[in-house]
Design a protein around this ligand. Structure first.
Ligand code: DLL
Length: 434
């Protein structure tokens, strides 16, 4: 008998939507009464909680943005008194103050359930040993995965990020079967294993649960080949909960099922703010319907993706979000062309001679934006043949122009010269912002 209720994931849409509506109404009633920000915003918009009679009525409510959370820093968005808050996390903002989020005891328990369900979706059971290389701390990855692993009844190794050689030894000795981490850190783990003469094929992993940053299908193929496991994408964000908001299933690995019994998901046009139909690409928006301490209503994530409501062979009825391409605030505009780092990653990874370690540098020279793509040459292709290297740079520039329509200078750099990530990779250095 599982300790969490799997039926929620396969129930017919009608029943699921009835649950969503009840939970939504309870949440709206509660935040209106307890969070001055929401009361003020809804009063101004002339909408009362009683107006939410159907799921469609959600669209009548105003959006919540990161700026709203910043304006209410640190605790003014909390919907419970502090004596009911048992955990605080903060998001890894690169500018300004971090976003602070809180959890009640029940929130922590819900989160553990959702992460247990995530591991289960990724093929995990109580018999697994989970190597958790997500960072422990204010970042939600480490502790979020940790509690879920324990809730599943699996054995969790709380290694966190860093101390990479020791991690490889632990993998050899403790024989973990599931691996968690950011794709960029996992790639680094693979590289260090290689240096130590350790072949992942001799380890015991069946699945890798990778996320917290954008990564491409090409990166998935690379990781699956290097690590000899199934690489499963997991998505989440601190404001909505942390990891455990959506995950791919082991069966399909094609789109991330959103845990719709806890979250309502929408896609909007980020310019007009109008909802977009299923299949169209836009900004992901989340409403939490069970959280106590820090509910969010129509929270604009800035993540770009689309939704896929078609039934999945795994049996889950929950909608899938396609792999996010990136965040609107990570999108580079180079001489008028929109570019996501993940699109450059896709092009680079088509070329066997370069390693999947890259960084984009953006400058403004004589009022013109310039993009330089630094990418490491693969160790096996490293040579003194300057002409050959220049030809490869020219070919990559040509491929980028052809696929993305943007001119970029490609600079091949020596193996292991681009800084390795211990958590989320820094893909862009934008000197225009200095
Ligand atoms: O990254 C939570 C998390 C931890 C998710 C571990 C998955 C695994 P934040 O630090 O608040 O929370 O960052 C959230 O990271 O809005 C996305 O832009 C990005 N992100 C997270 N997962 C993915 C993913 C955690 N699978 C922000 N693909 C989000 C693409 C992702 N981007």
């Amino acid at each position: 008998m599982p300790i969490y209720d799997i039926d929620f994931e396969t129930m017919p849409r009608e029943g699921l939507e009835a649950i969503q509506l009840r939970r939504l109404q309870t949440t709206i009633d509660r935040i209106y009464a307890t969070v001055p920000f929401y009361k003020k915003t809804y009063d101004k918009a002339g909408i009362s909680p009683a107006a939410i009679k159907s799921l469609d009525d959600l669209r009548r409510l105003p959006f919540t943005t990161k700026q709203d959370l910043r304006d209410n820093y640190p605790y003014d968005m909390f919907a419970v008194p502090m004596d009911q808050v048992v955990r605080i996390h903060a998001s890894s903002g690169t500018t300004g103050k971090p976003t602070v989020v809180g959890y009640t005891k029940r929130d922590i328990s819900t989160w553990a359930d959702l992460m247990a369900r995530s591991f289960s979706a990724a093929g995990g059971t109580c018999g697994d040993i989970i190597h958790n290389a997500f960072g422990y701390g204010l970042f939600t990855g480490g502790l979020g995965a940790h509690y879920g692993a324990e809730r599943l009844g699996a054995s969790v190794i709380p290694v966190s990020g860093g101390n990479t050689k020791r991690q490889i030894t632990i993998m050899q000795d403790f024989k973990p079967t599931l691996l968690c981490g950011t794709p960029s850190y996992i790639l680094h783990l693979a590289e260090v294993a290689d240096e130590m003469g350790v072949d992942f094929k001799d380890l015991h992993f069946k699945s890798g649960i990778f996320g917290a940053e954008p990564w491409t299908e090409e990166m998935r193929q690379e990781l699956e080949a290097k690590l000899d496991l199934k690489a499963i994408d997991i998505y989440g964000l601190s404001e909505v909960m942390g990891p455990g908001v959506s995950i791919e299933c082991y069966e399909e690995q094609k789109g991330l099922h959103v845990f719709e019994d806890h979250f309502i998901v929408e896609i909007i046009d980020p310019d007009t703010l109008e909802p977009l139909p299923a299949g169209e690409t836009g900004e992901l928006v989340f409403t939490s319907i069970t959280k106590e301490a820090f509910p969010v209503i129509r929270y604009r994530t800035k993540d770009i993706t689309s939704l896929n409501p078609t039934p999945c062979t795994c049996g889950r009825t929950h909608v899938r979000m396609n792999k996010p391409t990136g965040r609107t605030d990570d999108m580079l505009i180079i001489r008028g062309v929109n570019v996501f780092p993940s699109q450059i990653e896709s092009v680079l990874m088509e070329t066997r001679e370069v390693a999947p370690h890259y960084q984009l540098e953006v400058d403004r020279i004589d009022n013109l934006d310039t993009l330089t793509v630094k990418v490491e040459i693969d160790e096996t292709s490293f040579s003194d043949d300057i002409k050959g290297l220049q030809a490869m740079e020219a070919k990559l520039s040509h491929d980028i122009k052809e696929h993305l329509g943007v001119s970029a200078k490609v600079a091949l750099v020596e193996p292991k010269t681009i800084e390795r990530s211990q958590g989320k990779a820094v893909r862009v250095i934008d000197n225009r912002k200095l």
